[in-house]
Unconditional design. Structure first.
Length: 382
């Protein structure tokens, strides 16, 4: 009986059953599209009855409001569409550094959660438990109040060496005094060339490969420091700090809160992925007299990626969506700029739809990229 039932379950679906499934899906699709069309028609009818404009024609109108900070050129007379583009760039400007920093922090704390040192393990567990149980909005506000209330005024900033100043006005740091494409090429080279040397080097001994990678990194960092254009350093003036790149307290608050909050969740993801590796792998490493660092880098972490990547993808998406809380401290992200535009033109449905479309696009792109990464790290059966 068992063999017969197993064979029945393994048989492919019949054509009749296949068409029943397809028909049911088509019916559900028609119902969903019909409901969506009814909602759109109902909203359009109500707006027309109240003589309220609808459509996306307002995107070509003059925005008429200023934006406090932007790396994209923008003036009050520019179109609303350009203002929305500035908001999207500002959203990415806060979310991407937070994702990178949270990943580094989460990896470090995640390894600390399984440390054999009781103090390291306790500190890591305390950080994760405290940060995960405080709402993200509260953390954003807390960091904003800490920066704006405890730091000195802009006229008397705290010097962090000769390359940075921090005060209530934000953080001013040195930037390369070179065209953006030169900076981009150097940044990409600094990130990719050492990895390529490590991946394709023919040297077998790990010490020589690590030394060669260190030399390449030092050479690339030297190009950063010794490039002919030099650096633009911030300097303290009579009315505050001038020069360099200015990072506002709003941006610092959002990035700091997202980093700590997402880093706590990332730490649990890393811990779970490492502990999901079978203990036989640890025992085999011990039998080969490998150090704990060699175990993690060479054996455990590569196998744990197949468990880490799926929840890590969700973490990236949640961090992108969590950046929308920047509106609470006045950071001009896509939510803040769209809300300002909505208060001027009164077209709430279109503005909310734009916000939803922006975050939907960002998350779909994230899912696409991380889906490819997930396929690369999965175990391949022979």
């Amino acid at each position: 009986m068992t063999k017969v039932s197993d064979a029945a379950q393994s048989r492919p679906p019949t054509p009749q059953r296949h068409w029943h499934t397809v028909s049911l899906q088509l019916v559900v699709l028609v119902v969903v599209v019909g409901l969506l069309g009814w909602f759109v028609f109902n909203a359009w009818s109500n707006l027309a009855a109240r003589h309220i404009g609808s459509g996306f024609g307002f995107l070509q109108d003059t925005a008429g409001f200023s934006i406090s900070e932007s790396i994209v050129a923008y003036e009050i007379g520019d179109s609303t569409l350009r203002a929305f583009a500035v908001g999207m760039v500002n959203t990415m400007r806060a979310a991407i550094p937070a994702i990178v920093l949270a990943s580094l922090l989460g990896f470090t704390v995640g390894v600390g959660l399984i440390s054999r040192n009781a103090l390291v393990r306790s500190v890591a567990r305390c950080y994760v438990d405290v940060v995960r149980n405080v709402p993200l909005l509260v953390q954003v506000l807390m960091w904003y109040f800490v920066i704006t209330e405890t730091l000195p005024d802009s006229a008397d900033p705290i010097a962090l060496g000769s390359a940075a100043f921090i005060s209530k006005g934000g953080l001013a740091v040195a930037i390369p005094d070179a065209p953006w494409y030169v900076v981009l090429v150097l940044l990409v080279a600094t990130l990719l060339i050492p990895a390529a040397v490590w991946r394709f080097s023919s040297m077998q001994r790990m010490a020589w490969r690590a030394l060669w990678q260190l030399v390449v990194c030092a050479a690339l960092v030297g190009l950063w420091v010794l490039q002919p254009a030099g650096w633009e350093l911030p300097s303290q003036g009579a009315f505050g700090v001038a020069g360099g790149a200015a990072l506002s307290p709003e941006w610092l608050s959002v990035v700091a809160a997202l980093t700590l909050y997402s880093g706590a969740y990332c730490a649990e993801i890393v811990r779970g992925g490492i502990q999901a590796v079978h203990k036989g792998q640890w025992e085999a490493c011990h039998a080969l007299s490998m150090s704990r660092a060699q175990m993690l880098v060479r054996v455990i972490l590569p196998q744990s990626l197949r468990v880490i990547v799926p929840p890590y993808t969700s973490l990236i998406m949640n961090t992108l969506k969590g950046s929308s809380l920047a509106v609470a401290v006045g950071y001009p992200d896509i939510v803040s700029i769209t809300t300002t535009s909505m208060n001027q033109n009164g077209q709430a449905i279109e503005c909310v739809a734009i916000i939803a479309l922006v975050y939907l696009t960002l998350n779909l792109c994230t899912a696409l990229v991380m889906g490819w990464v997930n396929k690369r790290v999965q175990l391949r059966e022979r």
